[in-house]
Design a protein around this ligand. Structure first.
Ligand code: 4NP
Length: 148
């Protein structure tokens, strides 16, 4: 799961996915990263931690890091939050196969007006709640596809 800073959207996507994977006992490795490293080592934004906690998900233990070359070999799928992330991450891919691993996470949903997960960093509480709603639905669908 990849966003810009790895402190708002992708840690939530990561935490939701880990929660659902663990609940179903699936053997899937989940992680998250940012395209920039300025928040590396930091925990998620307290507003995202609180929104997740309000919905029973703990993301407080996650720590931000920048995406690295090995991510393209370790992971089968790399889900990004917006088109800017898509461009940035695809530009790091070294092969066509690596490039094809990178997908917009909301493409998994065909029933949303949103094509991108909006960056809530400069937003208000409702923006964090919207991010939760979108990523909760998207990760449900990803899990459904994996199980099938
Ligand atoms: P994220 O949000 O990409 O969802 O983690 C942001 C976090 C930090 C910044 C921008 C967006 N920033 O400019 O520091």
């Amino acid at each position: 799961m990849v966003c810009l800073g790895n402190i708002c959207r992708s840690p939530l996507a990561d935490g939701l996915m880990r929660f659902k994977v663990e609940k179903l006992g699936l053997n899937i490795q989940v992680d998250s990263a940012g395209t920039i490293g300025i928040h590396s080592g930091q925990g998620p934004d307290p507003r995202m931690v609180q929104t997740a906690k309000n919905n029973g998900i703990d993301i407080s233990f996650l720590r931000a890091r920048k995406i690295k070359d090995e991510d393209f070999t370790i992971f089968d799928h790399i889900y990004v939050m917006d088109r800017s992330n898509l461009r940035d991450v695809q530009s790091l891919a070294k092969t066509i196969e690596e490039k094809e691993k990178v997908k917009l996470i909301l493409d998994v949903l065909d029933t949303t007006n949103y094509k991108e997960v909006p960056d809530p960093y400069y937003g208000a509480e409702r923006d964090f709640i919207k991010v939760f709603e979108l990523l909760d639905k998207a990760t449900d669908k990803l899990i459904e596809e994996i199980v099938q």
